[in-house]
Design a protein around this ligand. Structure first.
Ligand code: COS
Length: 415
């Protein structure tokens, strides 16, 4: 049955042309992505995902690792540099283009996206948004090629949702800062070459204003990375603690060269990251819906396919409607971002709705598959566990609600 579903889903897909994206990259170096080039890019990513990544999903989950040759293919494709500006060696996609690519990547296990996800999103964007020219030149080209992996180190044992209360300290000492503290659940930490680290430079300011952001190299004296965490899902994507013990960081690595701006940098990074997250959630929902529809056509009960029963149809229809709403709102918020609007509220709306939506879609998919949905032999069980994280990281659903409501009240009070 599993093989039949796999054949049904992928047999119509042409072979992956894994050189396609590289050639697009060359063209994009000379021009902004016109609609035709964007379609070509999306088509290449779609074929790479379906022909190369989907067949390896179960292996990656089983072995908790993405094969090195596949990571090299991702490098060759240019996936690490999707959002990094062209003049630093990336593809320089606008956010509306990025979310369309990320939708395609959502069709497979989120562990694959994590390989390059921090370079596209939270690991690199602090430097892209607020870095000095020297910092951009030093790191962005290497992040764009995937030569170096970047991680975002905000969360701590005692500072998760209340990110402004973080305790990791950064004390100025001559031409260096000396960092002490622990960061927790840091995605890609075991593989990272650099970390964007939020640390407190002003010990007298306990809140967000005392925080600064640093680029910290993996081999800095005093930096160590713990063993990778055992998780509910997303096997193949790794998180770990990052510990700083009198870790020396050159003062030149203070992002933007200004103290006290690190929390704002982190919030700006997360605003953009929340759109990316909305897009991945939507893509996964679309995959789960596709699996559910085909199963409903094939699975027979009471002498006919279960898709002929209206109670199953209701679940399919609700999932399709919600995924469509999610896709539309992410596209709208991305367009607004590209137009220069402040989309802090809309980004939180997208993260909240899309990640809650994919949770409901995954739950319905388990229900439609019935006993098979609970079995590890089918992909639904794995996706059900994988998507649970989306409602937590890069800001829980409850934090998104707080951001949305606070912005609403602030706007009303100021109008
Ligand atoms: N863009 C730019 N600046 C922002 C901002 C944004 N989206 N959001 C907040 N700021 C600024 C504020 O304007 C404020 O600046 P001033 O001091 O100049 O007034 C400063 O940052 C502090 O903001 P605020 O007072 O709202 O901070 P709080 O400590 O109340 O925290 C929340 C706000 C809860 C929204 C924040 O801590 C948060 O997002 N937490 C979740 C963190 C998270 O997503 N963690 C996931 C781990 S990373 S994978």
């Amino acid at each position: 049955m599993v093989a039949e579903i796999a054949n049904r889903t992928w047999s119509t897909m042409p072979d992956a042309d894994i050189n396609g994206l590289a050639s697009i990259q060359t063209k994009a170096d000379q021009m902004a992505l016109d609609p035709e080039t964007l379609e070509q890019l999306l088509d290449t990513v779609r074929r790479f995902v379906r022909a190369r990544l989907v067949p390896l999903e179960a292996d990656v989950a089983e072995n908790d690792r993405v094969p090195v040759d596949l990571i090299n293919e991702m490098r060759e494709l240019g996936l690490f540099g999707l959002s990094i500006p062209e003049n630093y060696g990336g593809l320089g996609l606008s956010v509306s283009e990025e979310v369309r690519v990320v939708h395609e990547l959502g069709w497979t296990s989120p562990a694959f996206r994590s390989v390059f996800g921090t370079n596209v999103g939270i690991g690199s964007q602090g430097i892209v948004i607020d870095g000095t020219e020297e910092q951009k030149n030093a790191w962005l080209p290497r992040l764009a090629t995937g030569e170096v992996i970047a991680s975002f180190a905000l969360t701590e044992p005692e500072a998760g949702s209340d990110a402004g209360s973080l305790r990791t300290s950064a004390r100025r000492d001559g031409d260096d800062y000396v960092l002490n503290g622990t960061k927790r659940y840091i995605t890609n930490a075991p593989h990272a070459g650099i970390f964007t680290v939020m640390a407190r430079t002003d010990p007298d300011e306990p809140g967000a204003r005392g925080v600064s952001a640093f680029i910290v190299e993996r081999d800095s004296p005093g930096l160590s990375v713990g063993t990778h965490d055992k998780k509910m899902g997303q096997q193949g994507a790794h998180t770990a603690d990052v510990v700083f013990e009198d870790c020396q960081v050159p003062a030149a690595n203070l992002i933007g060269g200004v103290e006290g701006q690190g929390f704002k940098t982190a919030m700006k990074v997360l605003d953009r990251g929340r759109l990316h997250m909305g897009a991945i959630a939507t893509g996964i929902a679309e995959r789960l819906i596709d699996e559910s529809v085909h199963y409903a056509l094939e699975r027979q009960q009471f002498g006919k396919p279960i898709g002929e029963f209206q109670l199953v149809q209701a679940m399919l229809a609700d999932s399709r409607t919600e995924a469509y709403a999610s896709r539309t709102m992410v596209a709208d918020a991305a367009n607004r971002f590209d137009a220069g609007e402040n989309i802090s509220t809309e980004a939180a709306c997208c993260k909240l709705y899309s990640t809650e939506m994919v949770g409901r879609v995954a739950d319905r998919a388990v229900q439609i598959f019935g006993g098979a949905g609970y079995m590890a032999e089918y992909p639904i069980e794995r996706f059900y566990r994988d998507v649970r994280l989306l409602r937590i990281y890069e800001g829980t659903s409850q934090i998104q609600q707080i951001v949305i409501a606070r912005n609403m009240l602030r706007e009303a009070a100021n109008s």
